[in-house]
Design a protein around this ligand. Structure first.
Ligand code: XMP
Length: 511
């Protein structure tokens, strides 16, 4: 049976982070909503341990998320975090209290006793707290093993049943020894062996799919993004030419991107790759359209039509591959129904082509694991570390009507900006960076002549999850260089501005 840890999700904001931290210790972790899995199912799955996540509720609210108290008695070690520890205390008969002056937020001094959970951790260290409720009295059978100034039970344990609770968040980096605590829980308490390694994942997947898909006709929509690229190479290694990759080039890609994808997958990996050059079809449909939502819709629909035409030529396929990854699958606290990725280039495809089965080889992986897998598979660095690129491509970075000329202008400006970021070795300082062609024209001067051209906006953001983002404080020198090169080298651009808006209130993309 695969060694794994269950992260039981009570709606906390760090549930994915907890699973990732466990996996960083080479132990597979899966997240399940608290109300979607019964104690019997948990028993049957053979988990080595369970982690109760935090959550925004108070255990005494009638609607607060709770699980069956029986879970404490099935012999599987449990670590409760924040709300999870309060719930553990509540289920085991302890007392949880709430008082204004007991809330703690941020870095807090922690004092721990000698306990296996705190092995190799000094008595005094700093932890990260974020709570109002607190455990007033540990349940019978539990020992208090850590305190803070305001928390009489910052951590507790019932060593007979292997139940541990921590009021703080070991998964966030501000908890100085959080990583060690999780390590101790996984290896000292749960006795995990740490067999979740990407090498194993790659090897096992290749073996699994080479058997499972042997002799089948398999189709994959390749976008050139990280996920579909990694899925493609993995399956190519498993089934070779039985995999057909269709790459729809809608003409809205960045400079030289289509050729790069073709070269990498067609030539370097020798894949069965069909590149569909559909620029004219897309531009034709986008003629005169300025509304951002309309643009997106048209591109999404046209994408499906193009793919459909291609699929007709290929005929019936047995299997359709999707680049779904783990964050697409889990929906915090809501249920773990499999979501077909709503990415423009695969969303809707199942409706238009006929196939017997969908295969999602990356559905257990987080993004960083997908990248690691890609590296292990020998996919070029530029591709594995590619910044996100929106499905509708440059269409959402050209304000107003899209024309071939504008696309070419933007491609040049964007390429220069990216080049300058690379020259200044800033790629790792920012998570996404690109140029936007505004439809604002302004006056400039070149030589002795008056010019009148477009304004380009440069955008660079720093973010973990793209839900919120800060504008990146790029050094002036790099911005200056990019601006000077863009205005000198790109015809029709007279002005360059830098976008200093965070998200919210702005979005990352301009449209
Ligand atoms: P926003 O503009 O919503 O962007 O702040 C957040 C992240 O999502 C990307 N993005 C898209 N990706 N199809 C995609 O596949 C889309 O339609 C799309 N729109 C935005 C954006 O580049 C950023 O990384």
């Amino acid at each position: 049976m695969k060694e794994k840890i269950l992260v039981l999700d009570f709606g906390g904001q760090y549930n994915q982070l907890i699973a990732r931290r466990v996996r960083e210790h080479h132990v597979y972790a899966e997240i399940k909503p608290y109300n979607k899995v019964s104690v019997d199912e948990i028993k049957a799955e053979g988990y080595k341990g369970i982690i109760f996540t935090g959550g925004p509720n108070s255990v005494y609210e009638s609607t607060s998320p709770r699980c069956d108290a029986e879970i404490l008695n099935i012999g599987v070690p449990i670590l409760g975090i924040c709300y999870g520890s309060q719930l553990m205390a509540y289920l085991a008969g302890g007392e949880v209290g709430s008082a204004e002056n007991s809330s703690e937020y941020g870095k807090t001094d922690l004092e721990v006793s000698e306990n296996v959970l705190f092995k190799d951790i000094p008595t005094k260290s700093v932890c990260w707290m974020s709570h109002t409720d607190f455990i007033k009295n540990a349940p019978e059978g539990f020992d208090v093993i850590a305190t803070t100034a305001k928390c009489p039970v910052a951590s507790m344990c019932d060593s007979k049943r292997n139940l541990y609770g921590v009021q703080f968040h070991p998964e966030v980096t501000h908890t100085e020894y959080g990583k060690q605590m999780l390590y101790n829980f996984l290896f000292e308490v749960c006795k995990c062996s740490g067999d979740w390694k990407m090498e194993n994942f790659v090897e096992n997947s290749i073996e699994e799919y080479s058997k499972k898909l042997s002799g089948k006709k398999v189709l994959l929509a390749l976008s050139g993004g990280v996920d579909s690229s990694v899925a493609a190479v993995l399956l190519h290694k498993a089934i070779g030419k039985n995999l057909t990759c269709v790459f729809v080039d809608h003409g809205l890609l960045r400079k030289d991107e289509g050729d790069f994808v073709e070269r990498t997958f067609g030539e370097q990996f020798g894949m069965n790759l069909i590149r569909v050059n559909a620029e004219d079809r897309f531009l034709d449909k986008l003629k005169g359209v300025t509304d951002p939502e309309k643009k997106r819709k048209i591109i999404g629909e046209e994408f499906i039509r193009v793919f459909e035409d291609e699929a007709k030529k290929i005929g019936k396929v047995d299997v359709l591959v999707q680049g779904t990854i783990y964050p697409d699958v889990i929906e915090s606290g809501k249920g773990d129904s499999a979501v077909i990725k709503s990415h423009h280039n695969v969303g809707g495809l199942p409706d238009v082509i006929s196939f017997d089965e969908i295969v999602e080889p990356l559905r257990d992986l987080f993004k960083d694991e997908v990248r690691e897998t890609g590296t292990k598979l020998g996919i070029p660095y530029e591709l594995v570390w590619r910044q996100p690129f929106p499905g509708p491509g440059l269409a959402v970075r050209i304000i107003g009507e899209i024309t071939k000329e504008k696309l070419d202008t933007l491609r040049e400006a964007d390429a220069i900006f990216r080049e300058e970021i690379a020259n200044a070795k800033l790629e790792k300082e920012t998570n996404q960076y690109f140029a936007v062609l505004t439809d604002l024209r302004s006056v400039g001067v070149m030589g002795d002549a008056r010019t009148y051209g477009y304004t380009v906006a440069l955008r660079a953001v720093t973010t973990d999850d793209f839900m919120t983002a800060e504008w990146t404080r790029l050094p002036y020198e790099a911005l200056e260089k990019a601006s000077s090169r863009i205005t000198n080298e790109v015809k029709d651009i007279t002005r360059v501005v830098y976008d200093i808006t965070s998200k919210p209130p702005a979005t990352v993309e301009w449209e």
